[in-house]
Write a protein that binds this ligand. Structure first.
Ligand SMILES: C[S@@+](CC[C@H](N)C(=O)[O-])C[C@H]1O[C@@H](n2cnc3c(N)ncnc32)[C@H](O)[C@@H]1O
Length: 281
């Protein structure tokens, strides 16, 4: 495959990512594919396109994107090496050969030249960087003239039943992401405003919305088991209890318990609304 991928180097970290690429977190991300997380981009894809996937995590969306561009390729980049091992293994086991992974920081994509890619994509990444407008500027810089910058970020979450511990979990998610780490949790309703600050004209930005909805017995079992674990990972305890002082360890275990019960409730329902933007350079 043709590639613009330079030799890998350790990126400078400029992330306010709350999770630690622990197995429970990666398990959430591994469920993601183009159909459930990047369907809004599909109408714009052509078989020979070159795509950069920024903050690709374990690479399941990245690898799936590669299937849409069989005559082109996809490069997935991450500021951390940890999730890339799983990404490379998955690409190999799925026999997807037009994909590569590398270390690069969303705020400094300097290993890539101006005007390199047909599409520059980021899924649930802008909320985790301290300067999302700078990240969008970098994404814009490395896109070809006429190319596309695509981003999707959570905008809101709602669920049933409204048990207090899950309400506390959501409040904690916002506090840790915003107050403690300086990120922008659930910014999906204003990523088009960031895009304008990054240099795009309003007329060149198309906004859509997409949802995830977990309510079948299988989905509830999976989503609840993931959150039962993620609420009490060492990183969660460190952020919420030790650094933030937002709650006690016991509170976190009560939240984990509530997630477990939610999974068993046949009326349990959880939805995430996402904002999506397609920006034309
Ligand atoms: C919620 S995960 C999303 C992963 C993937 N896009 C997906 O949807 O499956 C956010 C990812 O952004 C990465 N990230 C955070 N800050 C970054 C930065 N400054 N540069 C590159 N990646 C970053 C994290 O390491 C993490 O894997």
């Amino acid at each position: 495959m043709t590639t613009v991928l330079p030799s890998s180097r350790t990126g400078t970290s400029s992330s306010v990512y709350a999770s630690s690429h622990d197995p429970a977190t990666l398990r959430t991300h591994k469920w993601r594919n183009v159909a459930n997380s990047a369907a809004y981009l599909v109408p714009y894809l052509k078989p020979d396109m070159k795509i950069l996937d920024v903050g690709c995590g374990p690479g399941t969306i990245t690898i799936d994107l590669a299937r849409y561009v069989p005559e082109g390729y996809v490069i997935g980049v991450e500021y951390a090496n940890k999730p890339l091992t799983a990404a490379r293994e998955l690409a190999e086991s799925e026999k997807v050969t037009n994909v590569q992974f590398a270390i690069a920081d969303a705020l400094d994509l300097n290993k890539y030249a101006d005007d390199s890619f047909d599409v520059v994509h980021a899924h649930q990444v802008l909320q985790h960087v301290p300067d999302p407008v700078k990240a969008l500027k970098e994404m814009r810089r490395v896109a070809k003239p006429g190319g596309i910058i695509a981003a999707r970020e959570s905008a809101a979450m709602t669920w049933y039943p409204k048990v207090p511990e899950i309400e506390q979990w959501y409040t904690l998610h916002i506090k840790v992401g915003k107050e403690l780490l300086g990120g922008s949790p659930d910014p999906g309703s204003y990523i088009h405003v960031w895009a304008q600050e990054a240099g795009f004209a309003r007329k060149d930005i198309t906004c859509t919305a997409g949802t995830w909805c977990f309510n079948t017995p299988e989905d509830r079992k999976w989503w609840s088991s993931v959150w039962t674990q993620r609420v009490v990972t060492p990183r969660s305890i460190e952020n919420a209890v030790d650094r933030g002082g937002y709650c006690t360890k016991e509170d976190l275990f009560n939240m984990a318990n509530a997630w477990e019960n939610w999974g068993r409730d046949e009326n349990g329902w959880f939805t995430i609304l996402h904002g999506e933007i397609i920006c034309r350079k």
